[in-house]
Design a binder for this molecule. Sequence first.
Ligand SMILES: NC(=O)C1=CN([C@@H]2O[C@H](COP(=O)(O)OP(=O)(O)OC[C@H]3O[C@@H](n4cnc5c(N)ncnc54)[C@H](OP(=O)(O)O)[C@@H]3O)[C@@H](O)[C@H]2O)C=CC1
Ligand SMILES: N[C@@H](CCO)C(=O)O
Length: 354
Amino acid sequence: MAVYNVSLIGFGGVNRALVSLIRNYNDEWMKKLGFRLNIVGVSDLHLGSLISPNGVDAEELLKIKMEKGGLASLDGGCPDPRSMEVIRQAPADIIVEATFTDPKTAEPAISYCRTAFEAGRSVVTTNKGPVALAARELIKLAQQKNVGFEYEGAVMSGTPVIRLAKKSMAGADITGFQGILNGTSNYVVGRMEMGLSFNEAVAEAQEKGFAEANPAADVEGLDIRLKVVILANEILGANLKPDDVSCSGILGLTPADLEDAVSHGERWKLIGSAEKDEDGFVSAQVKASRLPSSHPLASISGATNAVTFSTELLGDVTVTGPGAGRIETAYALLSDIITLHHDRCSFTEKGDAE
Ligand SMILES: NC(=O)C1=CN([C@@H]2O[C@H](COP(=O)(O)OP(=O)(O)OC[C@H]3O[C@@H](n4cnc5c(N)ncnc54)[C@H](OP(=O)(O)O)[C@@H]3O)[C@@H](O)[C@H]2O)C=CC1
Ligand SMILES: N[C@@H](CCO)C(=O)O
C-alpha cells in the first residue's frame, strides 16, 4: 500500500474535479488500486497557493471561496500564485500540471515540468503544450532523473488512446490515423446544426468545461493540431512541430453549409489526420471535411471524440469516447497515476527478485 503526495499546479475545472475524485474515492483506491493520494501543494494564478506538508483535506480545499487569493484562507495558504515554489518546496511525489495550454509557446508548463523533474518529482499532465512542443526533451530529462512523465489526457481526455496505441497495439504497425480530436468544435458544429448561433454554441461549450481558456484555440484548429503532433510523434515515430501541420478550423463553416450537408445525410467534421508513407515520411493536417453518413466518424456527436488508426496487421481500429469534460479529464490524471504506481511496483518487485 502506498500514499502518494501530490501538488496541483492550476486549480481550474480539471484539477478541482480530481480533488472531488480524491474526496469521493481515496478509500476505495486504497483497497482496489493499492494507493491513496495526499494533497500537499496547490498553486493557481487566481486563487493563490498553498503548501501543507501533512496534507490538506480534499473537502476543505473544495470549500474555499473561488475568489482572488481564496487559498489564503487555509493553513499554509497565501494569496499569491507561487507555482515554482510549490513545485520545489512542497514534499510531493507527483506534480499534477493542469494549467492552461499555450498552443504557441507551451509556457509556463514546460518550465514547470522541467523544474519538477529537476526536483526529483514525477509529472502527470493534461496540458497538450509541453507534450506537443517538448516531449522528447522532457522524457529524456525525466529518465535522467529517474522519475515518471505521463500525459494520457493530452489527447481525447480520459479515453485511452496514447498508451493504447503505443503499448496494446505495439507491433500492429500503425501507418496513420484520422480523428475527431476536439470536443468543443464538434459540440459547436452539432449545436449549430440544431439552430444555435456560433456564439451561443461556444458559450455552452465553455459552461460545460470543454473549451480552452481561449476557445479560439478550439475553433481555429490549434488544439487539434497539437493533438495531431502528439499522436504523430508518439505513434508514427515522427518529429513534427505544430507549424509542420497545415491547419484550418470551423470558422469558415456557415449555417447554410451545415444545413446543406444535413439535408444530404452528410455531416461537417473537423478532422485531424496523419499518414506515414513508404519512406517513413509523415504528413499531417487539420481540416473541416464533409463526410458521407457511411463514414465511421460522421455519427460522432457532442464532445465525444473518435480516432481511427490504420494498421498493417489489424486493418482499421477505431476508439471512441469522451474527448473533453472536467471529470473525464481528471480520470486521465488518475490513469496516469495508476501507471506511475504500476511502474514503481514492478521496479520494486524486480529489485526484490535480484
Ligand atoms: N477541460 C477539458 O475538457 C480538458 C482540458 N485539458 C487541458 O487541461 C488543462 C486544464 O484544463 P481546465 O482545468 O479545463 O482549465 P481551466 O482554465 O479551468 O483551469 C486552468 C487553471 O490554471 C490556472 N493557471 C493558469 N496559468 C497558471 C500558472 N502559471 N500557474 C498556476 N495556475 C495557472 C488558471 O487560472 P486563471 O483562470 O486565473 O487563468 C485556471 O484556474 C488545460 O491545459 C487544458 O487544455 C485537456 C483535456 C480536456
Ligand atoms: N478544449 C479541448 C479540451 C480537451 O483537450 C476540447 O474541446 O477538446
